[in-house]
Design a protein around this ligand. Structure first.
Ligand SMILES: [Zn+2]
Length: 306
């Protein structure tokens, strides 16, 4: 847990939030009332204020299984059958017209990394029985406004990106690319304006948990330097409210920043096929965990959430 990034007050706020969630839950079970009172007393939240009212960011019940535990079931006939009919829309960030940031050493546009990873994730998901589609491929342009309109019976929207840093942290190379080691690692972004925020959070939590468990290092740069709010104190999950595709998606939507390609070490990893395989496998494991929680209502997910 990145305790250095949180004040004591913020941490206790998280605890209060959890205890209020428990209170709401136990209201339906009168026998547990005493334990609720104990919980509230122990968390010191006698004067919990109005800012702490929702349970949107309560910790979901995601069990993170090791790669070994999953090795016999990922592609089994039973798994494939279970995922049959579930459509997923993958969105490689940027396109050849607006390529995103250039990588540090190879001066390659971010969208090339994104499309490559999206195709690998598509293959990985299809092997598990899902139907994964892409908003666009390498040679197609795709303005932001066209991306979420491609949601057509898809249950979730996953945008894939590679990260960069602020210009003031860059050292400029002769190729006019940014080179820096001021940030590295992965993060997951959501928008609190997504109409299905609870499910969006669970999807973000599941994918970020699996990436963390598989050894990918979390990137807290956007919080420490850019002050983007984190929505959990144990994972690099950010609320980037204004991101167009996330707030305009009618289904649960997350944006994954894979690695920081303005960092030469991360760029090297991002180009490595072993890294890509492990990363897409971890993402797919997280997506599997999400659909274990929401196996039913195969269509119409975009229409109902309380
Ligand atoms: Zn990007």
């Amino acid at each position: 847990m990145p305790t250095d990034r949180y004040t004591i007050a913020e941490i206790s706020l998280q605890k209060i939030r959890k205890s209020l969630f428990l209170q709401d839950f136990t209201r339906k079970i009168p026998g547990l009332a005493a334990s609720v009172i104990m919980t509230l007393a122990l968390s010191g939240s006698a004067h919990a204020d109005s800012a702490v009212t929702d349970d949107v960011y309560a910790e979901p019940e995601i069990t993170v299984r090791t790669s070994d535990e999953l090795k016999d079931t990922r592609y089994s006939a039973e798994t494939v059958q279970k995922h049959r009919g579930i459509k997923i829309l993958l969105d490689p960030g940027h396109d050849h017209v607006q390529p995103g940031v250039l990588s540090s050493e190879h001066a390659t546009g971010e969208y090339v990394f994104n499309v490559n990873l999206a195709v690998k994730l598509q293959q990985e998901l299809n092997r598990r029985g899902y139907t994964a589609d892409l908003t666009h491929t390498l040679n197609e342009t795709c303005p932001l406004t066209n991306r979420t309109t491609k949601i057509n019976g898809h249950r979730i929207f996953v945008s894939l990106h590679h990260d960069s840093v602020q210009e003031f942290d860059c050292e400029w190379t002769s190729k006019k690319t940014c080179r820096t080691d001021s940030a590295s690692g992965y993060s997951v972004l959501l928008s609190n304006e997504n109409p299905m925020l609870r499910k969006t959070y669970i999807l973000a939590y599941a994918t970020a948990s699996y990436l963390k468990d598989r050894g990918f290092s979390p990137n807290y740069y956007h919080h420490t330097v850019e002050k983007v709010p984190l929505v959990t104190d144990i994972l690099p999950v950010y609320d980037k409210q204004n991101l167009y595709v996330l707030r305009n998606s009618s289904v649960p939507a997350v944006l994954v920043e894979t690695a920081v390609i303005t960092n030469p070490a991360d760029e090297k990893k991002a180009l490595d096929e072993g890294f890509q395989k492990k990363f897409t496998e971890a993402l797919a494991d997280g997506i599997d965990a999400y659909f274990e929680l929401f196996p039913e209502n195969r269509s119409g997910d975009g229409l109902k959430e309380k």
